[in-house]
Every structure is written in C-alpha cells, then in structure tokens.
Design a protein around this ligand. Sequence first.
Ligand code: AMP
Ligand code: MG
Length: 408
Amino acid sequence: MTAVAEAPVARPLMPVEEALERLLALAEAAPVTETESVSLAEAEGRVLAIDLVATLDLPPWPNSAMDGYALRLADLQGEPLPVSQRIFAGHAPEPLQPGTCARIFTGAPMPAGADCVEMQENTEVLEDGRVRFREALMPDQNVRPQGQETRKGEQVMVAGTRLGPIELGLAATLGHAQLQVVRRVRVAVLSTGDELVEPGLPLGPGQIYNSNRRLLVSWLQRLGCEVRDMGILPDDLERTRECLGGLGDVDLILSTGGVSVGEADYLGAALREAGELALWKLAIKPGKPLTFGHYRGVPVIGLPGNPASTLVTFGLLTRPYLLRRQGVADVTPLRFDVPAGFEWTKAGTRREYLRARIDNGQVRIYKNQSSGVLRSAAWAEGLVEVREGSTPKPGDSVPFIPLSELLG
Ligand code: AMP
Ligand code: MG
C-alpha cells in the first residue's frame, strides 16, 4: 500500500497550459536524434529530419496552362496564323517559326520564341488549317513561367515537418525518392487494472473490457510510433517492477489507470523506488491526475484510466509531447470559435473538454459527459473547451478542437 497520490489538499490545480509547457520542455530535453532514409512510400506520418531544398526550378521550363495555340504576340497582325508544329506534354518543342503558331496542350513546354497561349475555345480553325484568334491577347497569357512555384535552392520544407499526403506529393514534384526522417518513437503501452479483460474473453464478476489498450495502440500507430503493446498489467507492485524493468529500450512508457487513487498506484510506487515521480493534479476535466516520471531513465507518462480521460489527456498533452520529441515545431491543434448550441450553468475549477459536434453552425454536446463514457467521443466531431469559471450560454462563442486534428 502506498500513499503517493495524497497531494497536499490546498495545492492549486496545474493549469492545462502549464502541464503542456512542462511536457514540451521535457520532450525537448530528450529528443529522438537518430534518423533514417526511407522511400516516399514508407514516409507517410514520419517527421522530416533535415530541411528539404529544391534541386530544380518548378516548373523546370515555361509551359502552357491550356490546350490551345502558342504564338508570338508580335506576329498577330489580324491575319490567321498557320500551325507549324504540335507540342504534346512530355515532348520537346522546336523553336517557333516566325509568322506561325504551334498547337499546344496543357503542361507542354513553350517553344522558344512564343510568348503567349490562347485557349482553343477562343480560336477558329479555318478550312486551310490556319488559326484565327478572336480575342485580344496579353504577353505571358496562359503561360506558367519557369520557377513560378519554386526556385532551385529554395527551402521548401523545414526539418520537423510531418509528412502527410500533401508533403509527400510536394517532395515527389521535386524528384525526391527518399527522405531523411526521424526514427519512429518507441512507445510501450501498459493497461493497468485487475478488473481488465481483453475483448473476446468472457467477463467475470467485476470485470470490464480493456478499451484503452486498443484506443492508444491504434492512435499511436497513426502518429507514426512504434508500439510495444504490453497488454494488461495487474495491480501488483512486483509485476509492475518486472514489466518496467524490461522496457529499458523504449522512448516512452505510457500507462493508463492506477493514478486516481493512491491505494492501487503501483506505477507510482515503482517509479519512486527506481526513478522519479511527479504527480500532477491538472485543472482538466475529464482527466486531472497525471503521472510523469522516469524509470531507470526512461520517461513514463501515466494517464487516468477512464476512457474519455485517457482520450483527452492523450490528445491534448501526450500527443504534442510525442511529436515534439521527434522535433515537430507546430504541435498545437487547430481550434476555432463556434456559437454554443448548449447552456453550461456550473462554473468549474477545471477546464472542461466536452465531447461535441457541430450542427447547423452551432455546437451541441453529448448528453452524458462522464469520463467513463467513450461513446460520447465516438458520437463527437470534436472537443469544446469550457474555461475555468465560465458558463457559456447559447450563442456565446466557444473554442472547438476537431478530433481529426488530434487523431492524426
Ligand atoms: P484507475 O485510474 O485505475 O482508478 O481507473 C479509473 C477508471 O477507469 C476505473 O473505472 C477503471 O476501471 C477504468 N479503467 C482503467 N483502465 C481502463 C482500461 N484500460 N479500459 C477501460 N477502463 C479502464
Ligand atoms: Mg485501476
């Protein structure tokens, strides 16, 4: 039996910002520095380790933005122009013969000597094959100039950028087949609790299914982590020591449960024996108790066990910590204000994150906001933040953080 969770009664709760700041500072003090080269196909969700500099101009040469005719404006004296060549995308043109135009297609290189393109809809092909231009034309019209997107030598992405489909597409436009990325963060996931049973097995008296394991393992995989799934850890000090002792090579030990009451806090007890331990009482709801410590030098985060608490504290605190350890600069999820479509009457001492969704431009909250109810989050599209002491009324602006921001 331990009493580690008995914090002094009068200690004020730690604001969410402070907890996040502390976690980010801890992450910066323990960056994952190893990098590896991976193919674009393997780079999804990884973090770029070095700045990406353009090794060519984009586009590499001026090209047509339209299907139409390339010409030199000075040749347009009111007479139709004969077509001297056809230029398809992917083929090198001849210089434009003076007094002619070239049939050209979107993405095809401009022939030397031409200075604009007219779209085919504004032209008329005469019986003799010459082309009449019906509209006035401007220099460079419908021409995509060389280097309009990027100039050779420009920094296109900075180290610390997370690579999603768009970033990978951008790397591909520059011809990169491989990217230097930060190695995956290794995270061990422990679900603590004598009451836990894995799905697929029958439930005994007093038992519940282990939902946090699945929630966290899937989520961590989405974040590009290498997961060491330790399954269920019983509420037992010896087993906790044994389990932690085998995790010397991970970057983070992430556990759930056992932090809300002192009596079953075997994680805390083990940390105090062979590491260090801080028990934070956070001004967050759902959430509140959060353990941060080290076990033989390996960082440990202990999240509260109630599934909605696990979700909120992982999404708002652990996710940014993990991203920052990989050098990601921007770890702040997008949030925007939405008019409340609900009334909140009890001013809280903790910042509440209500599972909510947007309906007709107003945000509605799930009817049961209990921290044990994961269904609230499955229904929700995001989290509404209700600040300490505030009581939003219908129509008041409330910050909304889409869950999609947190999940990826
Ligand atoms: P604890 O922090 O261990 O006191 O757990 C708080 C609440 O969360 C209790 O109702 C636990 O049964 C529940 N809980 C803890 N871990 C899990 C888990 N992995 N899956 C589902 N519920 C859990
Ligand atoms: Mg427990």
